[in-house]
Write a new protein. Sequence first.
Length: 438
Amino acid sequence: MNVKKLFLALQAKNITDVEYRYVSKNSFSCNVFRHELTNYSVSTNSVINVDAIIDNKLAMVTTENTSNNNIDNIVNQLIESAQYTNKKDAEIFKDKVRYRHFKYFNKDLANIPNQQKIDMVFAIEKKLKEMDTRIEDVEVGYEEVIAKREYQNTAGIKLKTARNSYSFATEIVLNDTNGSKQTEYYVFEDNDFSKFNVDNFVKEAYEKAIKRLNGINIETKQYKVIFDPSVVDDLLDFYVSQLNAESILKNSSWFKNKLNTQVANKIVTILETPLKRNHEFNGFDAQGVPCVNRPLIKKGVLLSYLHNLETAKKFNVAPTGNAAVAAAKIGIKSNAIHLKPGRLSKEELINKVNNGVYITSLEGFHAGMNAESGHFSLKAEGFVIKDGKLDKFINMMTVSSNLYDIFNNVKAISQNIEYIHNGIVAPCIYVDKISVAG
């Protein structure tokens, strides 16, 4: 769409404060199951979002029609929307600031033929099936995404970015000696195709899966617990989401009135790192506000909430670059969360615990978590820690605790960090006295 024409059409209606967003997502995916290509999908989705301040109220239109022929329709819809919205005192970002830029679109990835990727998926399936007769089924998938963002407003801000990434994933079904089945999922994600090796992927996926066999039951009691990075990812995601300034204003967050107070153990530092040089780099938010690397919690002390322009104005603080569009409205979202690692290796941390439980997953996290109190009781998977080493897989257990108590009672953090998904980087954490029911 010709944005200049759109802005001129709105200005002709005396609408002068406008912002335009364009988001497109091109994806390719394929799946192989039982030696057959069960999915081959190529898709393109584009969405335009236009905000306008009309009579001091914010009107918004979202459309998938990106042609210039849709401009008059967008103008009319904005004017109509302003008649019904109650959202007042809106504003657009007008500050003249410098933005960080980094080329995180990998052209080499985009130029690799799809057939080569499909052949690698078949190769992974074949190699995994040949690894062990106890492997009953294997499904392997590949997904590649190209995402483009563009932001412009009538204050003269023009921003655009493009990123791409790929992932290989496999689900392995194993037959246990007792006749039960175990399922393990393994994924590798990056945007540099040269970092992926089929044999390494197969070896790591197999080793992760085979550990699930011959599981045991454990006694119900309190244990020393180490949470795997994949679990810390979920814990962090929910924990940081409660820093949303909209939740603070609605009195629905545990962090209300806790700025500049101790909310976690002193060894806990949680950072936002959107400007790291990787495929999760994010230079600006949905309102054109620049993103910055900053601590949210430093040595256990809460330093900042997450703000968009509207909440920043209400709190009389600067916006933090956390505006996001969701469900046709401007909301708030964290950027690239990073829990600062400690000094112990994963193996040293396990050795330090000596005897306890290593948790590798929590099920139904968001549904089973009480946001205000932090209490949860969830099904979990993991391993016994015996004599300072990982031992048997645990067949079934339930972990009961409190999210906020966990971060207050962290005893140690590992030095190894893993990128899991959605920009979160996490190490292992060790917490004492967690209730585990076998």
